[in-house]
Design a protein around this ligand. Structure first.
Ligand code: SAH
Length: 410
């Protein structure tokens, strides 16, 4: 069934510029009337062709545009092609010179696959679905991945954040050699990866993100450069991505703060693991202290001017544009307090992963924090998400991770 969807006058401009999302308010009419999810040809009120997309009234994004080519043959084969093309764009990550075996193969709409994320962890693939569209084509997505890279296992489940709004089941499904297999999540061995000279074991692919923040890869590696001989604080450390690299860079000490105790315990385990493997020096474990609790509270308790380097990597504080004002206040507070704890000439590595916050908002927020902390700040580097999480220019929402390395001058 192919629907014909007409977009209201005034709402078509973004879509003609290849923005992929259409919400119900932008739709004037559909023909025939909605019955079930399916492909749609999308037109302006004047009858000008805009794009082809997947229409589903039960989705929180009612229409997802997927091709702006009028002659495109949309359907299962088209979806399989999109999957393969996305994977083939990651050629450098598959080469023997790659410094990681954990990377993103499909980055949702930024890779023209709405509501679909796929990450490679060594020989296994983790799929996260956040749209009814991706769910409807899961068998084809699995088939395409399997044909191209023959993973040892594919594990797929719905994104917790969207499962209820899209009406998707959260349970994990497993596929081997393209066929669905029954496996218990608990019986799975942890996945081992090597990234930037550090070993990680990912205990559960159900954990935060798909178990590991691969988007911070380049930034973690970069943090090594500022670590030698430094007294460091890793705020919102999770399982220690930054902590491990700060140790590798020769940090004098690292204190890690996170609200998740199990993440912190796993952080210590990973320090041991790297000590045993010789990727961190003997004695690395003695340089690490963990502290579980709320970062806003714990950071305040630290003495002023104590640290040479602080990493601030809080969770997404602005979930929506509407929540931005409050979130900006929280980010500003956190950054100001961190700056107070940094010595003259010390380094702050600060992030926001809220897509609702622009790079400009972020930079302005950090400058207010510096003013309130009575400090000057110099930007040394501007950071972003890794290249396997590309930002599609026609879809600015795909730029979500923003970071700055600033030198604090008092
Ligand atoms: N830097 C990490 C990723 C951090 S993700 C890495 O590179 O792997 C954000 C972390 O903040 C999560 O581990 C989460 O448990 C933690 N967190 C969330 N709210 C918090 C709070 N109020 N106080 C401290 N930690 C918090």
């Amino acid at each position: 069934m192919v629907y014909r969807v007409t977009i209201r006058n005034g709402k078509e401009k973004q879509l003609l510029r290849h923005h992929p999302w259409v919400f119900s308010g932008a739709i004037k009419e559909t023909e025939p009337r909605f019955e079930e999810g399916g492909w749609a040809d999308v037109y302006t009120e004047e009858g000008r062709f805009i794009a082809k997309g997947y229409y589903d009234e039960k989705s929180h994004i009612i229409l997802r545009l997927l091709s702006w080519d009028k002659d495109e043959e949309v359907g299962a084969g088209f979806v399989r092609d999109l999957v393969k093309k996305s994977i083939l764009r990651r050629k450098e990550f598959f080469s023997s010179g790659s410094t990681t075996n954990a990377f993103r193969l499909i980055h949702g709409d930024a890779d023209f696959l709405s509501g679909l994320v796929a990450d490679a962890y060594g020989s296994m693939i983790r799929i996260i679905i956040s749209s009814r569209f991706a769910n409807a084509y899961l068998a084809d997505i699995v088939q395409a991945i399997d044909e191209l890279i023959h993973p040892s296992l594919i594990a797929a489940s719905a994104d917790r954040e969207y499962a209820s709004s899209e009406g998707l089941k959260e349970s994990m499904r497993f596929f081997r050699n393209g066929k669905e297999v029954r496996l218990s999540e608990d019986s799975m061995d942890p996945v081992k990866i090597l990234e930037g000279g550090i070993y990680y074991e990912i205990p559960s692919l159900r954990g935060q993100k798909s178990g590991f923040y691969i988007d911070q890869r380049d930034n973690r590696i970069l943090s090594e450069r500022y670590a030698e001989g430094r007294t460091c604080l890793d705020v919102c450390s999770y399982t220690g991505g930054f902590t491990l690299h700060l140790l590798k860079g020769g940090a004098k000490s690292v204190k890690a703060i996170d609200s998740s105790e199990s993440a912190l315990r796993h952080l210590l385990y990973q320090v041991h693991l790297n000590e045993n493997n010789g990727t961190l020096e003997k004695g690395a474990r003695d340089k690490v202290e963990i502290l579980s609790g709320d970062c806003f509270e714990l950071l305040r308790k630290e003495p002023k001017n104590k640290y040479d380097l602080i990493v601030l990597d809080p969770p997404k504080l602005a979930k929506t544009k509407g929540a931005l004002e409050d979130a900006l206040r929280a980010y500003k507070d956190l950054n100001r307090v961190a700056m107070e704890k940094i010595k003259d000439g010390g380094i702050l590595i600060t992030f926001s992963c809220s897509a609702a916050m622009t790079r400009d908002d972020f930079r302005t927020m950090v400058s207010w924090s510096a003013k309130d902390a009575n400090a000057e700040a110099q930007i040394l580097r501007q950071l972003s998400q890794g290249e396997d999480h590309p930002v599609r220019l026609s879809f600015p929402e795909s730029e979500y991770l923003k970071g700055l390395i600033v030198r604090i001058i008092k």
